[in-house]
Structure formats: C-alpha cells, structure tokens
Design a protein around this ligand. Structure first.
Ligand code: UDX
Length: 458
C-alpha cells in the first residue's frame, strides 16, 4: 500500500502523552482504512515514531519545552506550558497545509477536519480561523469528561474540606465517587486554581466543536452519554475501544516493548500470571516499590511486572531490590522496562492485571476479559477503579496504604479464591458486550459510520 493522494485528508494532533497518543494513532489507522489520508501534527516532546506508521504523513512542530521542563513530573504544569507554547507553531503548520499551492502531495486533496485531544485548549480558535471543522477526542471514560464541569463547581460550593467521618460517603453529584476519591482528583491546594482553570478551558473550547469522539461505548458509558445533551449540543461519537476495530492494532509505543515477555508467558500455565503495570506517568516511592515487590513474591504466584525506568522516585530502575531477590523467585517473576501490553493481556497465561486504571489499560483489560486489581493513583484512575469494583464488579479495589500483605491478599482473592471465578464470569460478559459493539450493526460500529459520514459531509 502507498500513501494516498486525491483523497480527503484528516489532520490529527495528539496530546504528547502515551495514554493520549495510542488512541489518537489508532483512530488514524481506522480512518485510513475508511479511505482518508492522514497527517499527524505532533510536538517534539514525546514525538510518535513515524516509522511505525509509514502510510501517514508526520509533521513535527516546536513545543518550546526546555529539557528540564520535559523531565518535570508536574504534568499539569507541562500541559499548561504546552498549551501556551503550541498555538503559534500549530497555526503555522496549518497555514502551510491549507495554502492552495502547498506541496504536491496535498494540493489535490481537500483537508476535511482537525481532530485533536480534549487536553488542547487553544485549537478551537485556531481551527475556526482556518474555517476548519474540529472534532475533540476524549480519551477518558465519558463520565469523567462530564465531571470536568463538576470539579470546579463543587470546589466553589465548599466541597473541601469535609470531616473524616464523611470520607466514605458517595458524592451525590458524581457517583460512584466517594468524597475521599474526589478529594484526590481535586488535587493539592497549590495546584487547585491552575487545575480548575484548565478544566473550564477544556469544556469551553469543546463546546463550539463539530463533535466529540469518545473512546468508550454505550455498553460502558450509557448514563453519561444520555446526560451529554445537557452540556453539549453537537453529535457525540462513542466509537468504542479503538484497538479492537477491524483494523490492525498499530503500535505507538514511546518506549521499546520488551518482546521477551511473550516466550516467558508461553512457558507459564493458563491464567496463572498476574501482570502488573502502572502505565506511562505514575511514579511511586521506593518503599511503595519494595512493598509491591514483596507482596508479589509472597503470593508465590508467577508475575510479570513493568517497572518503567524513572518510575521509582530517586532511582534509575530496580536497583533498590535486595540482593538475591530475583533469584529467590525461582523463575516465577519477570520484571521488564516496558511490555507489549496488548499482547500480554491477550495471552492465555495472563490471569489478572494489577493496574493503575488509566482508561486505556482499563479498556484493554476489559476487551481481553482479564480481571483487575485496581491501584489508582490520581485523576480519572480514581473513577475507573470505582466502576471496576462497584459498578461492573470485574475486579477489586486495593485501597489505603501500599502494603505487602494487602497486595498479597488482593492478588490471591482474584487469582486463587472463588471470588476470582465470579469476577472472571462477570468480566467475560462485559468483554462480549464491548466486543460486540464494534462489530457490524453494534453501537460503536454505527457511531463510527456516523463519524465517517459526518467528516465526508464537510
Ligand atoms: C494517562 C493517565 O495516567 C490516565 O489516567 C488516563 O486515563 C490516560 O492518560 P497512562 O497512565 O499512560 O495514561 O495509562 P493508560 O491510559 O493505561 O495508557 C497506557 C498505554 O500504554 C496503554 O495503551 C498500554 O497498553 C500501553 N503500555 C503500558 C504498553 O504498551 N506497555 C507497558 O508496559 C505499559
């Protein structure tokens, strides 16, 4: 296959975070399969690998982040700076692409629209200035996206502080979150103004868009999708998990996946391995890392654990494990820097997933029918974990301090006890429903058709 010309072209602009790049690039693959040409505009920071997608055109733009800023663990600050710095370069990129006499590849094509992440807050006005329709990609559970409204509102109405005795109470406006979950989402007081103003900007810049594409489906988000007309009066396209549509799942890993995971899993019994990964952003203290390590070892079960370099605060990688720790596992544990996660979750040997519940990991686990042990750290992870344990009941919530006995107990509950079998049965039902939604005639498949028709109508 070759890059296309003479077609309608779609421009996609991902937010430069692994959890946002994956669904955006997978959406690009889906749109390519529907006949669109694809241009990906991206920042220098966390640039996707163009060699993984030879049929797309990639355009890198300056993002103004210094080396120190790219290393900063302060995500909110990084997103704020990116939003401040990227408007001019994006404008220049689009001006070049939309100029009638621009390069020969695009001159015969019509650029149909811009699709960018909800985390970009300046793109609506840029798109409008070029008369370019814009779609917003929501890479969260839609309940959480609607919750962007609630966080600043509840704070203004004096939600914080609340007495300890109310910590377990549900937040009536934002179920199934409890007060203690919402307070973690609201962040520390030093950041609250910055967070609230960012959330308001996200919503304000989404409202005038031509539509929102949601990486979720009716089967997972029915209530919030039904509520959406109260906030947005444009079409919403819940196209389902992008990686299970009928196109090859493309890799968009910023890190090199360690392929030795698969032959290692091949040598393990069916559903015997607990897979552990906390995504691309979460960091933990050294003592939390050691508690997880000993908790996993004490289960006496096989585990495959992704420890991202730099994710243990103050350490390069796993050097704080005591001497002889790996040997003491007797081949039952494997630690890697990054895994081919989709393949690991789809492997017959994987029986459970200890996860931070980023939305991508949550969807990927549901789609493979792997029960979860939720260890959420921040943000939407808190909400996803509540849906896992309380609404869908397809996993258990590891709460409180990260402590080896708690980890051992939780892993055993899912992997060994009869409770695990009940969880397994429930997740199988949900897995089938979600997978059915992307098949011809299913709700996600119909939504995708609607989206394609909408883009073609421009
Ligand atoms: C971030 C936020 O933390 C999360 O809360 C939000 O929902 C999305 O953006 P991240 O922490 O990276 O995402 O988690 P997640 O959404 O799960 O995305 C991680 C992606 O990296 C997944 O697609 C996963 O398959 C992939 N991955 C992760 C790998 O390919 N290999 C790994 O070893 C770990």
């Amino acid at each position: 296959m070759e890059k296309r010309t003479n077609e309608k072209r779609v421009i996609l602009f991902p937010l430069p975070l692994q959890g946002c790049i994956n669904p955006m690039l997978q959406l690009a693959t889906i749109l390519f399969s529907r006949g669109f040409s694809i241009t990906i505009i991206h920042t220098r920071f966390n640039a996707p690998k163009s060699s993984d997608h030879p049929l797309f055109t990639f355009l890198q733009m300056a993002d103004g982040l210094s080396e120190t800023q790219t290393q900063s663990p302060d995500l909110l600050l990084k997103l704020t700076l990116l939003n401040e710095n990227c408007e001019k370069p994006l404008r220049e990129c689009l001006a070049k692409l939309l100029k009638p006499d621009s390069d020969s590849e695009t001159e015969q094509e019509k650029i149909s629209c811009l699709i960018d992440d909800s985390g970009w807050t300046f793109t609506q006005s840029v798109a409008e200035s070029f008369n370019l329709p814009r779609f917003v990609l929501c890479a969260y559970k839609f309940t959480f996206f609607l919750g962007h409204l609630l966080v600043p509102q509840l704070r203004r109405h004096g939600f914080l502080p609340f007495p300890d005795s109310e910590a377990e109470d549900l937040v009536p406006e934002f179920p199934p979150l409890r007060k203690k979950d919402l307070s973690r989402i609201m962040g520390t007081s030093s950041q609250m103004e910055m967070l609230d103003s960012y959330l308001v900007k996200i919503l304000e810049s989404t409202k005038p868009a031509s539509g929102i594409i949601v990486m979720s489906c009716q089967e997972l988000d029915q209530d919030s999708l039904a509520e959406s007309h109260k906030v947005f009066n444009f079409p919403i396209f819940p196209i389902g998990p992008s990686h299970i549509h009928d196109v090859p799942a493309s890799s968009s890993s910023l890190f090199e996946p360690d392929q030795s995971c698969i032959p290692w899993l091949d040598n393990q019994e069916t559903k015997s391995v607990i897979y552990v990964s906390l995504g691309s952003i979460v960091t933990m203290s050294e003592s939390e890392f050691l508690e997880i390590a000993f908790g996993l070892r004490n289960t006496d079960l096989a585990f495959l654990w992704v420890v991202r370099p730099g994710s243990v605060q103050g350490r390069d990688w796993i050097e704080s494990l005591p001497v002889g720790f790996m040997e003491s596992l007797d081949g039952k544990g494997k630690i890697v820097k990054w895994a081919p996660q989709l393949d690991v979750l789809a492997h017959r040997a994987t029986g459970g997933f200890l996860t931070h519940n980023g939305w991508n990991s949550t969807l990927e686990s549901i789609c493979e029918g792997v029960p979860m042990i939720s260890l959420p750290f921040v943000w939407d992870q808190m909400l996803n974990a509540r849906f896992i344990s309380e609404v869908w009941r397809i996993g258990i919530h590891l709460e409180g301090r990260i402590e080896r006995r708690e980890i051992e107990r939780a892993v055993r509950r899912v992997m060994v006890d009869s409770e695990g079998e009940e969880i397994q049965a429930r997740i199988k039902v949900l897995q089938d429903e979600v997978r059915r939604s992307v098949k011809r005639g299913g709700s996600s498949s119909r939504s995708l058709d609607d989206l394609v028709n909408r883009i073609l109508s421009f």
